[in-house]
Design a protein around this ligand. Structure first.
Ligand code: ZN
Ligand code: ZN
Length: 349
């Protein structure tokens, strides 16, 4: 148990570099650690922002990937949650302080000490973290979730970020029967958000730039679909929604979207544009409306989300690629040319 674990990875040496095959050492197992043989790793839009260093502060060389699924290969002496052979997943975080108010409340993502991100971050020992474009990863058991039998490991992988990022705010803002919800954006996050909101019992409208993906949105459970490029949309839908979940990471006309909310409605953002948004406070006070944001979800809630997805047959639509196709996949994500999530088959690494 005291030796490190060599792992082939896909890494970028600097911002916007092409991916190359290199090798890293995963740490020797501590008592609560789990060694995972990774089988699939989804490509999240934030992988691209990180690898391109769009947000600054990138730690290179970088191994992205926080939609990880695989099988337990070894466990530390004190592990109780998992055994060798279990099907497991790892999402956006791999550690937190465990003692602050938010960790105690299963909201590790808001840890006051700072949650340790799965890649492009330093762990509490000051070592850089490397993500899922990798054959192996070592993670403390508290940050590992179980993949239900009904979910295949490739389809499950996008749930670890895209899934929980949309499920958590839908639950927090009480989306369910009798609620009208608008989902903005029909990409990796949006197409999963529709499925969760539908399974929770809400009435769903999708707002997307064009009508291109209308039929698919309706098949995922949406009732209506409108193009935001058509100014008539904002007149026709004024004052209708309890919750608008914005999954788009480009700047939006915030006032226009706020006008679609009922009194007490909330515009919840999960996409993060690099530039600030602007709005008139008037848009809030005339309807006691709120603008909010939400970051991924806690570990217990991630497990709840996976179980819910298994029970309700919720499945991200994926395109499985091999390890040589990641640069090309990034270009296609930037052109919105994917329905709806790329997943890397790590056995090709
Ligand atoms: Zn992500
Ligand atoms: Zn904490």
């Amino acid at each position: 148990m005291c030796q490190t674990h060599q792992s082939h990875v896909l890494s970028v040496s600097h911002a916007k570099a092409n991916f190359e095959r290199t090798t890293i050492e995963r740490r020797a197992l501590r008592p609560h650690d789990i060694l995972i043989d990774i089988q699939f790793s989804g490509i999240c839009h934030s992988d691209i922002h990180s690898a391109f260093d769009d947000w600054g502060g990138g730690i290179f060389p970088m191994v992205p990937g926080h939609e990880i699924t695989g099988v337990v290969a070894a466990v530390g002496d004190a592990v109780t949650k998992f055994k060798v052979g279990d099907r497991v997943g790892v999402g956006c975080f791999v550690d937190s302080c465990g003692t602050c108010e938010y960790c105690q409340n299963d909201d590790e993502q808001y840890c006051t000490k700072g949650v340790v991100q799965t890649y492009n971050n330093l762990d509490y020992d000051g070592e850089p973290t490397y993500g899922g474009y990798s054959q192996k990863i070592v993670v403390t058991e508290r940050f590992v979730v179980s993949i239900p039998d009904q979910l295949s490991l490739d389809v499950a992988s996008p749930l670890l970020c895209a899934g929980i990022t949309t499920f958590s705010p839908l639950k927090h803002w009480d989306v369910g029967p009798g609620k009208k919800v608008a989902i903005v954006g029909m990409g990796g996050l949006g197409h999963v958000a529709i499925q969760f909101a539908h399974a929770l019992g809400a009435e769903i409208t999708v707002l997307s730039r064009s009508l291109n993906k209308k039929d698919e949105a309706l098949s995922f459970g949406a009732k209506d679909y409108f193009a935001t490029s058509d100014p008539e949309t904002f007149k026709a839908l004024a004052g209708q929604y309890d919750v608008i979940l914005n999954t788009v990471s480009a700047n939006i006309n915030v006032d226009a979207y706020l006008s679609l909310l009922r009194v007490d409605g909330t515009l919840v953002n999960v996409g993060a544009p690099a530039e600030p948004d602007q709005f008139h406070v008037f848009s809030l006070i005339t309807g006691r409306r709120s603008i909010a944001g939400s970051l991924v979800g806690g570990i217990q809630e991630t497990q709840e989300m996976l179980n819910f997805a298994a029970t309700h047959s919720i499945a991200p639509q994926i395109e499985v690629i091999n390890a040589n196709q990641v640069d090309e996949a990034y270009e296609r994500v930037l052109k919105s040319d994917v329905r709806y999530r790329f997943v890397i088959d790590i056995s090709t690494l």
